[in-house]
Design a binder for this molecule. Structure first.
Ligand code: KG4
Ligand code: ZN
Length: 351
């Protein structure tokens, strides 16, 4: 039974977790959100400093809570790409140092591979290939997953990621950061059909529209125009209706295109992961639409939608089972396509 300790520091959550045989023995997260909220977004320099302070006590906590001793670990892992370089470095250096001190293998993990694994922290996935809708602050992607490390991206956002759009629209409506939870709270009781908003589409060169590419920049502009028009008319902003209408159109466009993609690809299971997967309107719509089209579905458990280390530990555990190890001097990278995650386990460090 492999046991893996992992840390996650790619953005504004410091996290540590221990997973054994696919089960979470302990997990802890220190969010920096309040500190970044003052600036309306993540400040990279602050993020790195806070990770440096937060990580050692988090690691001590998960070791104590799980009752696992360092000597019992089979590997130590950290997210190494993509993300904020300074923030990633803190986690990576910490994990590599622990691995070296205790003579354990080190595994660098691709952040999105972690998100993909998060669904498996709930009910087991049906066997065979499946389609994953990954919606986070930095990514909106439809990924065909054949097995660990075997991915093909079938759709993505051409501009803003869905989560980024939530964050920007929340700012426009005078709500807090991060925007997703703030919009969700503001939308409660709002009318999701009051405002007609565009479902951004991506043109194909030969005419028509791409069936499962996304574009959220037009929706952002439409929200701005709507708010300006209401303000010009001297009306108080109907924040609940605006938030609910926005949430509804984002959920519809994500679910419609995902279901279409699954059907075209002959995939019987649709999986939802990433920070935006915490959105209840999106979760309910995906369940309803998947059921009505005869698709099986899996949702990442709420606790594992936004960034956490359990998903990173699970991704590392699965790679370890395939014989993967990272070079002890593997660095970090701001960008790395998911399809290239296997490079993290090459005998020579890819960065
Ligand atoms: O996966 P994540 O924690 O970090 C990245 O890898 O980006 O995703 C963060 C994103 C933010 O944009 C946040 O606003 C969004 O997920 N988010 C939500 C909700 N909770 C977090 N969006 C919609 N509804 C939510 N409940
Ligand atoms: Zn993430």
């Amino acid at each position: 039974m492999p046991t893996v300790l992992a840390v996650e520091t790619s953005c504004d959550e410091s996290a540590a977790a221990i997973v054994r045989d696919g089960r979470v023995l302990a997990g802890a997260i220190a969010s920096q959100i309040e500190e970044h909220a003052r600036w309306g977004g993540v400040v990279p320099e602050i993020a790195s400093r806070r990770h440096l302070e937060a990580l050692p006590p988090l690691i001590e906590r998960v070791l104590a809570e799980s009752g696992v001793a360092m000597v019992e670990l089979d590997a130590v892992a950290a997210t190494v790409a993509p993300g904020l370089v300074g923030a990633l470095l803190v986690g990576s250096v910490t994990a590599r140092t622990l691995a070296r001190l205790h003579d354990k293998p080190f595994l660098g993990v691709h952040h999105l591979e972690g998100h993909l694994c998060s669904a498996q922290l709930g009910d087991p996935l049906p066997a065979g290939p499946h389609l994953v809708l990954l919606v986070s602050g930095g990514h909106t992607e439809l990924i065909r997953v054949e097995g660990p490390g075997r991915y093909r991206r079938l759709g993505r956002s051409r501009d803003d990621a869905a989560g980024e759009c939530f964050d920007k629209v929340a700012r426009l409506l005078g709500l807090g950061y991060p925007g997703g939870p703030a919009i969700e709270a503001a939308a409660a009781g709002g009318d999701p059909h009051r405002f007609a908003l565009p479902k951004g589409r991506v043109s194909l060169p030969g005419g028509g529209f791409h069936p499962y590419e996304f574009s959220f920049s037009g929706l952002k502009t439409a929200m701005l125009r709507q708010v300006q028009a209401l303000a010009a008319a001297g009306e108080p902003l109907p924040v609940a209706d605006l938030a609910a209408s926005f949430e509804q159109v984002v959920a519809e466009v994500l679910v419609e295109r995902s279901c279409r993609c699954a059907a075209d690809e002959g995939l019987a299971t649709l999986v939802l992961v990433g920070g935006v997967a915490a959105n209840r309107r999106l979760r309910h719509l995906l369940e309803a639409q998947a059921a009505s089209r005869g698709l099986a579905w899996r949702l990442a458990p709420l606790a594992y939608c936004t960034d956490n280390a359990a998903m990173v530990a699970l991704a590392a555990e699965q790679r370890l089972a395939e014989g993967c190890r990272s070079h002890p001097e593997l660095g970090v990278a701001a960008r790395l396509p998911l399809e290239e995650a296997g490079r993290l386990y090459e005998p020579h460090p890819c960065f």
